[in-house]
Design a protein around this ligand. Structure first.
Ligand code: F6R
Ligand code: MG
Length: 365
């Protein structure tokens, strides 16, 4: 049996109205193009959206970073850009900054999370997709799932989990990486991942090197020189039998965590778990939100999806997120609702400061 690869590749290639949701025509175009590749490049595919991001979930046997798979995703986004332009959708083609495909979509605009594994007897996989959210948003949740026994009792009670996990952290500014084994190095891990605007968990592995979780890490705003929309990351998590259970993997989303993103990619706000029917950003262009689709991966086929946050069990966190949203919105244009000055450097604010620069006078001694 060949190893199975899951590639989740996403881009915002236009939305309506404004930056709020993906148009059905884009979903239809993408789904048709991927369906035509089933039995050829792909084993299976599923197309969805979170807010203004078009999400391509694909299975195949070509491994991660496959040029053919990335080219397929690129071509889907190009075709959808054409559809978006015809409809004069807002921000048509906004995540497609370079015209020519150069072998890999990573670093070009679209976000990518991928993993390759040998299928177990039964292989449950969760795909998380966020909107109006910065790339480090998964740090908190991955720590809770794979390192915190108060979230994941299996770390204590299941011998197949008690060795712990290894976290691979990327430094988005220094362009370097480091790995920490947990539980023994959990304080060192937290020293970095507590700064999610710079340090991002890219992968989680079992101690024997088996992949457990994979995220997209792109910071589109730094790549483009200014904010062209938030990064809206995606993440793949394997569950059960040697990994945290399905319920342990979604439990931390019952905590209303503040993330960077929201309005103009320039504000902190609570990350709200929602079902697909609520994956549309409206209030103040948000609030930031996350959807989760559960699948069984069966000989490469995606059995599902199950809409994991479409559950009254998440009603209370949604209410608490709304309360937190009211509280932080009341701060208006002030920090910490507004991002730190360092992070605002990638928004439109520097253009305002440039205009005002000549009016500043030295204070003297
Ligand atoms: C944030 C987002 C929106 C836009 C805002 C301004 O991710 O997409 O909040 O930043 O609508 O957009 P422009 O500059 O296109 O008017
Ligand atoms: Mg988006």
């Amino acid at each position: 049996m060949p190893r199975t690869t899951i590639s989740v590749i996403k881009a915002d290639v236009g939305s309506f109205p404004g930056h709020s949701r993906t148009h059905p025509k884009l979903l239809e175009t993408a789904a048709k193009m991927l369906k035509a590749e089933r039995g050829k490049l792909l084993v299976d595919s599923f197309v969805t959206h979170c807010g203004d991001d078009l999400e391509l979930i694909m299975t195949h046997t070509r491994g991660v970073d496959s040029e053919a798979i990335h080219r397929l995703a690129w071509n889907v986004f190009l075709e959808c850009t054409g559809v978006a332009k015809n409809l004069k959708l807002y921000g048509a083609g906004q995540d497609m900054p370079a015209d020519a495909f150069a072998g890999n979509v990573r670093g070009m605009g679209p976000g990518v999370a991928e993993m390759e594994f040998e299928e177990r007897e039964s292989d449950p996989v969760l795909v998380f997709m966020a909107g109006k959210t910065g790339p480090g948003a998964w740090n908190f949740f991955l720590y809770k799932v794979f390192a915190d026994p108060f979230n994941t009792p299996g770390l204590v009670t299941d011998p197949s989990l008690s060795e712990g996990f290894v976290f691979e952290v990327h430094d988005l500014v220094g362009k370097r990486k480091i790995s920490f084994a947990c539980p023994e190095e959990s304080y060192s891990l937290l020293a970095y991942i507590g700064a999610p605007s710079r340090y991002v968990i890219r992968h989680v592995f079992k101690k024997d090197g088996t992949i457990a979780a994979s995220t997209s890490t792109q910071r589109l705003n730094t790549m483009a020189g200014r904010c062209r929309g938030t990064d809206d990351p995606v993440m793949i998590v394997r569950a059960e039998s040697g990994f945290p259970s399905m319920g342990e993997a979604i439990e931390p989303f019952t905590i209303p965590v503040l993330v960077a993103g929201w309005m103009r990619g320039a504000h902190h706000g609570p990350l709200m778990p929602v079902g697909l029917c609520d994956a549309n950003c409206t209030r103040f262009d948000g609030p930031p939100r996350v959807i989760c689709f559960g699948f069984q991966v069966t000989n490469g086929k995606l059995i599902g999806p199950a809409d994991m946050f479409d559950d009254p069990g998440f009603d209370r966190v949604r209410a608490r997120c709304n309360e937190l949203a009211d509280t932080i919105r009341a701060q208006g244009p002030f920090e910490p609702h507004r991002l730190s000055s360092e992070e605002m450097a990638y928004t439109t604010l520097p253009a305002v400061e440039k205009k005002l620069e000549p009016r500043w006078e030295p204070l003297g001694d």
